[in-house]
Design a protein around this ligand. Structure first.
Ligand code: PXP
Length: 242
């Protein structure tokens, strides 16, 4: 089954704009679950600009579906992951000045550090996914790290249209095959929305999509449960081949 991971960071972004207590991402997780989410995704950024430590702690106690913690390899963030034990950690690169995650991890350039981080997470019983661009050499290096999953970065696909988008889709399909053939689970995310999600959903053996901005944007108008339900319906249509 293709699982929908709902990224609720933007709910926390609104809260942090006023440094108050509302809206609470913990409530958002419950609403997303009611709408059919299979997974709740949060990114604990080093600057704590949206999700804060308290959210991760409460979510790890209260989320009944899968909890996926997106994070950099900063030691204090890894410490929180090892303490709260989410079901899955997705390692992403992080720059302070970026608006959102800009590219995939450079596994080749950071192999030794990633090896010790992955080992620490595994020792704590946490499944590990790496956020990667659809690049053969990076995927090969990730496989050597014995991670369970790779989340393909769909940002480029989402930013393009027409023939350029088709080229991006073919790259994702080829990388997806490489990932699955190597025995890892295939995930994707970034920039996916109600208009562009179906072709990515149909990539062979895709098992998890992480979607945030478009779902939270729609939720402003239709409510979060309904926005999640509508996205989940698209994934079901994609899986049924209609
Ligand atoms: N996957 C990863 C690794 C991300 O960093 C993000 C953004 O936080 C997403 C998925 C979701 O991206 P979007 O908000 O564009 O749907």
């Amino acid at each position: 089954m293709l699982e929908l991971g709902v990224n609720i960071d933007h709910v926390a972004t609104i809260r942090q704009a006023r440094k108050t207590y509302e809206p609470d991402p913990v409530t958002a997780a419950v609403m997303a679950e009611l709408g059919g989410a299979d997974c709740i995704t949060v990114h604990l950024r080093e600057d704590r600009r949206h999700i804060i430590d308290r959210d991760v702690r409460i979510l790890s106690d209260t989320v009944n579906i899968k909890l996926n913690l997106e994070m950099s390899v900063a030691t204090d963030i890894i410490d929180i992951a090892c303490e709260t034990k989410p079901n899955q950690a997705t390692l992403v690169p992080e720059k302070r000045e970026e608006v959102t995650t800009e590219g995939g991890l450079d596994v080749l350039g950071n192999y030794d550090n990633l090896e010790s981080v992955v080992k620490r997470l595994h020792d704590n019983g946490i499944r590990v996914s790496l956020f990667l661009d659809p690049e053969q050499a990076q995927i090969e290096a990730a496989h050597k790290l014995q991670v369970e999953a790779i989340e393909l970065h769909t940002g480029q696909y989402s930013l393009t249209s027409g023939p350029d988008r088709e080229v991006c889709l073919q790259d994702l399909i080829a990388s997806g095959k490489q990932i699955v053939d190597a025995g890892m689970a295939l995930h994707a995310g970034h920039g996916l929305n109600y208009q562009n999600v179906i072709p990515v959903s149909r990539i062979d053996k895709m098992v998890e999509l992480n979607i945030g901005h478009s779902i939270i944007s729609r939720a402003v108008f239709v409510g979060l449960t309904q926005a999640v339900r509508e996205m989940k319906e698209l994934l079901t249509i994609a899986e049924s081949g209609n």
